[in-house]
Design a protein around this ligand. Structure first.
Ligand code: PLP
Length: 380
């Protein structure tokens, strides 16, 4: 990798110079410096704007997985029935975190190549809605499927179920209205659309979620994942542990970049749409059948070519890093991340030009020059 390598993976993404400069700033003592408490609070305020919420926001010092685990540890009590909405690898894996903290996980299973169907969920909940908490994923990063939170979360709320949404790969790139969509816990991370380095997770927490945390009959197992320790951090000017000062400086600049753009979701929508049409015009197949993500696209790997060949030739001959997929999609899909700082016409154009080159060199027949088609779609 060098300064010119295009990092077109679905996170971590390219980190811009101003974010890197912010991280190089002189640090302070976050437990003693009065101005740092204000800085942290203002950064939470910027995140509230991005998530469109009035709920309290926290930034935790750990990668996205910490957010998932902290939400489960704090909200779930042993024996709680938790509804796990499962239409992908992350949705399925969420249940493992819930179970660690004693949940009786009940799955609502759905096709892995389609968005969750609110109508089917509605029917399911008519039969059984005795759940304290539900876990779900906004964008299933391994498959490029984005779930309709706008219809699912209000449905869960109607049944008094607290929603915990992993929006790690969607925040900043997909339309999101945390309060209007009645999402209780919405969590994200620094290294996807936000385009800061990995290291931070953030989450908004509704009153209903805080009430559940505060009215537990059993103590929260653990300290680092215990959200209740944050209940009065600002009033007491006290953090449960020393904050990752440099990471927060970087996050702040990255979030402000997105906010100052106004509507980054529209940029993602346009690029993703033009990319998908170009791929389809070439004859390549998208993995998702509907509910396509605007931040990551999974392409079915054509027959007779291995993913390693595509990856290595893209990197060695074109200096572009793309991703494969995981789990059941390992060696079956190519993923292009077009999130945050990766989501610009020039970068996607270059990626498609190189991908077309590599595939054709390996005997894949394409129906068009994908980069040309993409540029044409962008003008529409
Ligand atoms: C990236 C990501 C996370 C964080 O997981 P890592 O595997 O540690 O990167 C969590 N949820 C989703 C949906 C993600 O895309």
């Amino acid at each position: 990798m060098d300064e010119r390598t295009l990092l077109m993976t679905p996170g971590p993404t390219y980190v811009s110079e101003d974010v890197r400069q912010a991280m190089a700033r002189r640090i302070t003592n976050p437990d003693l410096d009065p101005s740092f408490f204000e800085y942290y609070m203002e950064t939470c305020g910027a995140l509230q704007q991005l998530l469109k919420t009035q709920n309290k926001v926290l930034i935790l010092a750990g990668e996205g997985i910490l957010g998932l685990e902290a939400a489960c540890a704090s909200l779930i009590e042993p024996g709680d029935r938790v509804l796990c909405l499962d239409n992908g690898i992350f949705g399925n894996g969420f249940a493992d975190f819930a179970k660690i903290y004693g949940a009786e996980a009940v799955f609502f299973k759905s096709d892995y190549d389609r968005g969750l169907d609110p109508e089917r969920l509605k029917e399911f909940l008519k039969g059984d809605s005795d759940f304290k908490v539900a876990t779900l994923v906004h964008c299933e990063t391994p498959s490029g499927v984005t779930n309709p939170l706008d219809r699912i979360c209000p449905l869960l709320k109607e049944h008094g179920i607290i929603s915990v949404v992993d929006a790690v790969s969607a925040v900043g790139g997909e339309e999101l209205h945390t309060d209007a969509w009645e999402i209780d816990v919405l969590l994200g991370a620094s290294q996807k659309c936000i385009s800061a380095p990995p290291g931070l997770t953030f989450m908004s927490i509704s009153k209903a979620a805080w009430d559940k945390i505060n009215s537990r009959s059993t103590p929260i197992a653990g300290y680092y994942c215990n959200l209740s320790t944050w209940a009065a951090w600002y009033e007491n000017r006290w953090f449960p542990y020393t904050q990752s000062v440099s990471d927060i400086y970087g996050l702040r600049v990255a979030v402000e970049r997105l906010l100052s753009e106004g509507n980054p979701q529209e940029r993602h929508r346009k690029i993703a749409g033009a990319l998908r049409s170009a791929l389809e015009s070439s004859g390549l197949k998208l993995y998702a059948q509907d509910s396509h993500s605007n931040t990551v696209t999974a392409i079915v790997l054509p027959d007779n070519i291995g993913f390693d060949t595509v990856f290595n030739q893209m990197l060695k001959e074109h200096n572009i890093m793309i991703a494969g997929s995981l789990g059941y999609l390992k060696d079956k899909a190519i993923r292009i991340g077009h999130m945050g700082e990766n989501c610009y016409e020039d970068k996607v154009y270059m990626t498609l030009k190189a991908l077309g080159d590599v595939l054709e060199k390996n005997g894949v027949k394409l129906g068009c020059d994908m980069h040309i088609e993409f540029a044409r779609n962008m003008k529409k």
